[in-house]
Design a protein around this ligand. Structure first.
Ligand SMILES: C[S@@+](CC[C@H](N)C(=O)[O-])C[C@H]1O[C@@H](n2cnc3c(N)ncnc32)[C@H](O)[C@@H]1O
Length: 269
């Protein structure tokens, strides 16, 4: 298996995550260090949050974006108006480009869905020239994703299956402290740096937060959508109470932290 990501629709993804990954793309690009004239590979482009931000950040000569999901490839292609951008289907664990083809390979919120994430990092290194950069970011689900932890902690208090979902969610690949840095080093990248990127996820009200999850988007949404009548009713009410936290429904802001890592491809021997 090359991906544990489940796709429903581009619009649903955007409501759950794309609107936040578009914001996260900006500090991630600053960290990855994109400059004019470069050829960039966007691995796991989804609906294009990073893909379309790259040519706005620098006068890049090319962005090649790949994604495992044909649904997202089609969605991103339909949004593309920039001739420098190409979007195609491809697997992070077997990237369909030759050695040294790019100046940078970037993966935003992808490696935690790749069961063999170390192979994906090795592939990103392979397709980047010597002196080029590999960079990736994944959410810190355990310590840095306050909104989803609120949901999972609320449900886990009552439900053994929710406790198992929480365990899987918090320890997806690359989420443990120093895991991504160690993986970059093990794959032979040099000058490896790791940091935390913080954005805020701002919701208008409980419905704005809960609708994509209730509709089954994302790993947590899959669990919630599968709950039977009584458990589902309880979940809806309990999560609403946690969101409202004793105040009338309305806007809420949640901090979200991503681990980010970058490394340089050494001279090939
Ligand atoms: C959370 S989304 C992130 C999408 C986009 N980069 C963003 O930041 O909005 C994860 C993406 O990784 C893609 N993905 C998961 N496993 C993959 C693999 N093995 N190869 C390529 N893409 C993969 C999924 O299809 C999905 O589009």
């Amino acid at each position: 298996m090359s991906s544990s990501f489940t796709v429903r629709s581009g619009a649903g993804y955007d409501k759950l995550m794309g609107r936040w990954s578009r914001i996260l793309a900006l500090p991630f690009i600053d960290f990855a260090g994109v400059t004019d004239g470069e050829r960039i590979l966007d691995v796991g482009c989804g609906t294009g949050s990073l893909t379309f931000a790259l040519p706005r950040a620098a006068e890049v000569s090319e962005v090649a974006a790949i994604d495992y999901s044909p649904v997202f490839v089609e969605e991103a292609q339909s949004r593309n108006t920039d001739p420098r951008i190409t979007i195609s289907q491809g697997d992070a664990a077997a990237i369909p480009f030759p050695d040294g083809r790019f100046d940078r390979a970037l993966a935003l919120l992808v490696l935690h869905f790749v069961p063999e994430a170390d192979r994906a990092v090795a592939e990103m290194r392979r397709v980047v020239r010597s002196g080029g950069v590999v960079a990736a970011a994944v959410w810190d689900h355990l310590g840095g994703m306050s909104n989803m932890r609120m949901v999972l902690d609320t449900l886990a208090a009552q439900d053994e299956e929710a406790r198992r979902v929480r365990g899987r969610y918090c320890f997806q690949p690359m989420m443990r402290p120093d895991e991504m840095r160690q993986t970059f080093l093990a794959q032979g990248l040099v000058d490896v740096q790791q940091t935390s990127l913080l954005v805020r996820m701002e919701y208008e009200n409980f419905a704005d937060f809960w609708e994509p999850i209730a509709a089954g988007e994302g790993p947590l949404g899959q669990f919630v959508a599968g709950l039977d009548g009584a458990r589902r009713g309880w979940a809806d009410n309990a999560v609403r109470a946690a969101y409202e936290a004793g105040q009338p429904d309305g806007p809420r802001s949640f901090a979200a932290v991503a681990w980010a890592c970058r490394g340089v491809v050494p001279e090939r021997t």
